[in-house]
Design a protein around this ligand. Structure first.
Ligand code: NAI
Length: 335
């Protein structure tokens, strides 16, 4: 049996976590021979609920669950962790403007970035799920000067899986027969779910699709799927978000399947003309615990225009929190 890995989860008493913890403990993230230590972090007010979750975990008697620790602060909760899943974020309250939401979250993610920097394992892999996820990841990364920006990601895997699910439904094939879909940009309604490189059964599928369906049905539906789920359920996506966290971390740690890629929000290196330094969803391949942007995908004019729209939104979000960000060091730039 391998040595256990330590996984920190913030917002651990919330809805996504309620689906996520049990799947991690069952071995869905890192496989059936990888024990896990869960370091669960919540706000002090939510600690009683978190105790309840810990009781339920114990009551499952999962063989892979080595230890569960509960924390009401990020500094203790991130101690020596190999993976950090940041679910907890400030939701938009009544009358709250977008810039207030960005600032409230900037405070949370600055502190968590510093705590990761000071307490986590130096190879920690971080995924930010709490919204606005891309900009929260940027803030956390900028507050962790001793870690590489490449250790910080935000989650677009739910958008990626939605893209695959809808294409599977439309074409009548199984999701496992679909490869090379991509999601570009922000985890928001400006994202670009891209089918132009997609394959079913190893063959390009785009030429056989009705362009009207792609442009006027498929793309807006994926972009607004979160709102569609909220309208139907009265709550935001939880089980599918948890499933996407599992997929994101598993592929990052263990690799993407040969011939396929996935989508991850990562710090832009300028690929495809995207402004450097923003956290942007790109198609990536993962191997040996690292990811690389898939290069040289042919981009037509319509796609490049969509990339510019979502890039502009991320630059706006960054501008709104810029005064709260520590100045970038030369070293971080070179990382
Ligand atoms: P939830 O409201 O059920 O749970 C959030 C939990 O975070 C609460 O228990 C709260 O006490 C905790 N929390 C808040 N601030 C915290 C802090 N500073 N430290 C530790 N814990 C803290 O929300 P849910 O449904 O679990 O969603 C979590 C986040 O994920 C939300 O921001 C939501 O918008 C986002 N989300 C992102 C998706 C993506 O694809 N990137 C998909 C679905 C949701």
């Amino acid at each position: 049996m391998k040595r256990p890995v330590r996984i920190a989860i913030t917002g651990a008493a919330g809805s996504i976590s309620n689906s996520l913890l049990f799947r991690i403990a069952a071995g869905d993230m890192f496989g059936p021979d990888q024990p896990v230590i869960l370091q669960l972090i919540e706000r002090p007010e939510a600690m009683p609920a978190l105790h309840g979750m810990a009781m339920e975990l114990e009551d499952c008697a999962f063989p892979l669950l080595h230890t569960v620790r509960l924390h009401d602060n990020a500094e203790a909760g991130f101690k020596n962790v190999h993976y950090a899943i940041l679910l907890g974020a400030r939701p938009r309250g009544p009358g709250m403007e977008r810039k207030d939401l960005l600032s409230a979250n900037a405070e949370i993610f600055s502190r968590q970035g510093r705590a990761l920097n000071d307490h986590a394992n130096h190879d920690v892999k971080v995924v930010v799920v709490g919204n606005p996820a891309n900009t929260n990841a940027l803030i956390a990364s900028r507050n962790a000067p001793d870690l590489s920006p490449s250790q910080f990601t935000a989650m677009s895997r739910l958008d990626h899986n939605r893209t695959k699910g809808m294409l599977a439904n439309h074409t009548g094939c199984n999701p496992t027969d679909i490869r090379r879909v991509a999601v570009w940009g922000n985890h928001s309604a400006t994202q670009y779910p891209d089918l132009r490189h997609a394959e079913t059964f190893g063959m390009p599928v785009f030429p056989s699709l009705d362009l009207n369906w792609v442009e006027n049905d498929f793309i807006p539906r994926v972009q607004k799927r979160g709102a569609e789920v909220i309208a139907a359920r009265g709550q935001s996506s939880a089980a599918s978000a948890a499933n996407a966290v599992i997929d994101h971390m598993r592929d990052w740690a263990l690799g993407t399947p040969p011939g396929d890629f996935t989508s991850m929000c990562i710090v832009s290196d300028g690929s495809y003309g995207v402004a450097k330094g923003i956290v942007f969803s790109f198609p990536v391949c993962c191997r040996y615990g690292r990811y690389q942007i898939v290069q040289n995908l042919a981009m037509d004019e319509a796609s490049l225009k969509r990339l510019k729209t979502t890039e502009a939104e991320l630059l706006e979000e960054k501008a709104a929190v810029d005064h709260l960000l520590p100045k970038e060091t030369e070293e971080a730039h070179n990382n």
